[in-house]
Structures are given as structure tokens and as C-alpha cells.
Ligand binder design. Structure first.
Ligand SMILES: Cc1cc2nc3c(=O)[nH]c(=O)nc-3n(C[C@H](O)[C@H](O)[C@H](O)COP(=O)(O)OP(=O)(O)OC[C@H]3O[C@@H](n4cnc5c(N)ncnc54)[C@H](O)[C@@H]3O)c2cc1C
Length: 323
């Protein structure tokens, strides 16, 4: 049976960044990754300093190489079960395999984007149906853009998308706009189309416009859609981590959850995290986890010193370094 200092569930930007820091801290770590990072359908990662424009799979492949280069292990699979072992550690099960013993857990399983139920929308996701203007706005600047509004806050989102084009249409159901919102849209020359969208118009493999239920077609090159973010946090919830009233796991600034020994980082706890900030959160969690393990190792060492003649080596210490 293998014992790891830390199991990291999810090998996206957050998980691999944490793995790199922990492997360099000479921790014995295992990354378990199901291989479905959120931005996989996108051709490029943007806004990541020094890596702008790299395909997402290339960024992660480079990260995996760095982690394994320092002795970290990365395996493909799905963590299906995480349970406390009753001694401050945990058992982690991958698919239907044997449980693996780990001292600490870091969950970096990301989130899912739930899109409005409009015919053709999901098929165009990450091509000409986008959600993040900071990720893709520059690439579609000055084109005919649309924002599909679905709820409160979406007018403000449209005002942000307006930063990238002068030709923007806001689609919304009738009678949803307040007088102030209407005036603000008008003030920045954002067109308003009120009605029900029937489907997207695709021609020659490209979005051409939006077909409304009254038969009218509104020409658009690209649509921005604010998705509903659903955290992949079942494992954390089953461990008993505290969630807020919207169902998001609560964690401190290092990603420490309410369950001792369990951390989380990236989109699984923070829908606003971009690739670079998810990586930063993974790094912060790794440093906190290592400090927690060191505290535990100190306690163990003092207990051993008081109970016997020789200190017991810590789990990650190399034999030649033990006194
Ligand atoms: C279309 C699109 C384009 C984007 N473009 C950009 C961009 O250009 N720039 C930018 O900064 N951000 C971009 N983003 C946002 C970016 O995808 C996220 O910020 C980033 O992926 C968050 O990293 P993460 O590590 O938290 O999660 P993810 O990258 O989603 O990684 C989570 C990993 O956990 C794995 N996993 C889930 N459950 C389990 C389990 N039970 N066991 C094992 N593994 C599991 C998944 O398979 C996945 O590999 C984009 C998002 C989308 C949807």
C-alpha cells in the first residue's frame, strides 16, 4: 500500500501548480487527473503572463513534465471516494482501485459551465459562443458581438463586453430591463433586442446570427453568454466541508476548508479564477499544506524524542538525512 504526503485531485492549472511546489518541497505527492480541464475546447490560453496564446493542453503537458521532473507522480483516473482514515489522514480511491493512504488532500477539480438551453449554443462553445471577454475579447475585437442576458448582473456584463467593440447587441426577454439599465445601454450605443431566441444561425461552419421566435434574424459574428457555474465539489461535500448558501465550499485564503487536512483551490471554490489565478491559488494551498505537515512532523518528532531514544524519520525524509 502506497502512502503519500498529499493527494491532489485534479491536474489542471491549480492542481499542477500545487504539485510543483509540493514536489519541490520534497513531499511525496500524487496527482490524480480525469483529463477534462475546463478550457480544453479553447484553442489558446490567453492572459497568462509569458504563456499567452499557448494551447491549453501544451501548458498542462509542460506542467506535468515539471512535476514529474521533481519526483511527483501524475496518474490518469477519477478519484471516486475520499474518506477519513480515523488517524488524521485519508483514503483516496481511484476509479475501482485499491484505496491509497494519504496524509493531506488538495481538491482542484474545477467547475462545469451550464449554458442556457438554446438550440445550437453548446455546439459553438469556445468557437463563436464565448463567456470570458478577458480570455477571448481581444481576438474578436471590433466585430459584431452579442450578449445573451439571462439574469441579474447580465447588463453589467454586456457593458464590460462593450469594451471590445462598438457594435454590440444585448438580447433579453421582454420587460426585464429597468429604466436605468435601458438608459445605460442606450448611452453606450448597445442595441437591445427583446424576445425569445429560437436558435443560432450557422452557415459555412460559422455563426451568422440569431434567429428570434418571431422569425427575425439578428446578424452577429460572436455571442457572449454568462454561464451558470457548477463546482465539481461532490468529493468535498461528501467529506463534510462547509458550503455557503449557494453551494460553494467555504475556504480561507490558503484554500483550507472546514475539514482538517482538506484544502481546495481553483475553480472548484472560486468561479472567478482564471488560469493564472487558479495556478496561484494552487501554489498558496501547497505552501499552507507543507507548513501544516511540518507542524505535524514537529509534534511527532517531539513525541518520539520523549518516548524513545531515537527520533523516528518523517515520511518524506531520506534515510541518509535522519540523525
Ligand atoms: C472555453 C473556455 C476558455 C477559457 N479560456 C481561458 C483563457 O484564455 N485564459 C484564462 O486565464 N482562463 C480561461 N478559461 C478559464 C480556465 O479554464 C480556468 O480558469 C481554469 O481551467 C481553472 O483551473 P482549475 O485547475 O481550477 O480547473 P480545471 O482546469 O478545470 O482542472 C480541473 C481538473 O480536475 C479534473 N477532475 C475533476 N474531477 C475529478 C476527479 N473526481 N478525479 C480526478 N480528476 C478530476 C478535471 O478532469 C480537470 O482536469 C477558459 C474557460 C473556458 C470554459
Amino acid at each position: 500500500m502506497s502512502q503519500y504526503d498529499v493527494a491532489i485531485i485534479g491536474g489542471g492549472a491549480a492542481g499542477l501548480s500545487a504539485a510543483l511546489v509540493l514536489a519541490r518541497a520534497r513531499r511525496n505527492i500524487l496527482v490524480i487527473d480525469a483529463g477534462t480541464p475546463r478550457n480544453a475546447p479553447a484553442p489558446h490560453v490567453h492572459g497568462y503572463l509569458s504563456r499567452d496564446g499557448l494551447p491549453p493542453n501544451e501548458l498542462l503537458a509542460a506542467g506535468r513534465d515539471e512535476v514529474t521532473g521533481y519526483g511527483g507522480e501524475v496518474v490518469s483516473g477519477t478519484a471516486t471516494d475520499l474518506v477519513p482514515d480515523g488517524h488524521g489522514g485519508f483514503w483516496a480511491r481511484i476509479d475501482d482501485g485499491q484505496p491509497i493512504s494519504v496524509r493531506r488532500l488538495l481538491v482542484t477539480t474545477g467547475l462545469r459551465d451550464e449554458l442556457p438551453d438554446i438550440a445550437g449554443l453548446r455546439d459553438r462553445w469556445a468557437r463563436d459562443v464565448l463567456h470570458c471577454p478577458y480570455c477571448h475579447g481581444y481576438e474578436v475585437r471590433d466585430r459584431q458581438l452579442g450578449v445573451i442576458g439571462a439574469g441579474p448582473g447580465d447588463v453589467r456584463y454586456a457593458q464590460i463586453v462593450r469594451q471590445w467593440t462598438h457594435d454590440l447587441v444585448y438580447f433579453t426577454q421582454p420587460d426585464t430591463l429597468s429604466a436605468t439599465e435601458r438608459a445605460e445601454l442606450l448611452a453606450r450605443a448597445i442595441g437591445v433586442v427583446e424576445g425569445t431566441i429560437d436558435q443560432l444561425v450557422i452557415d459555412g461552419g460559422q455563426l451568422r446570427g440569431v434567429l428570434m421566435s418571431d422569425g427575425c434574424v439578428v446578424r452577429r459574428d460572436v455571442l457572449f453568454v454568462p454561464p451558470r457555474f457548477i463546482p465539481n465539489n461532490d468529493l468535498l461535500v461528501r467529506l463534510g466541508c462547509l458550503v455557503d448558501r449557494d453551494g460553494w465550499v467555504v475556504a480561507d485564503h490558503t484554500g483550507r476548508t472546514s475539514v482538517p487536512g482538506v484544502w481546495a483551490a481553483g475553480n472548484v471554490i472560486d468561479p472567478r479564477a482564471q488560469v493564472i489565478t487558479a495556478a496561484g491559488a494552487g501554489s498558496a494551498a501547497a505552501i499552507a499544506i507543507n507548513a501544516d505537515l511540518v507542524d505535524h512532523d514537529v509534534l511527532d518528532a517531539v513525541l518520539d524524542l520523549n518516548n524513545g531514544p531515537l527520533p523516528r524519520p518523517t515520511t518524506n525524509a531520506h534515510p541518509e538525512e535522519t540523525p
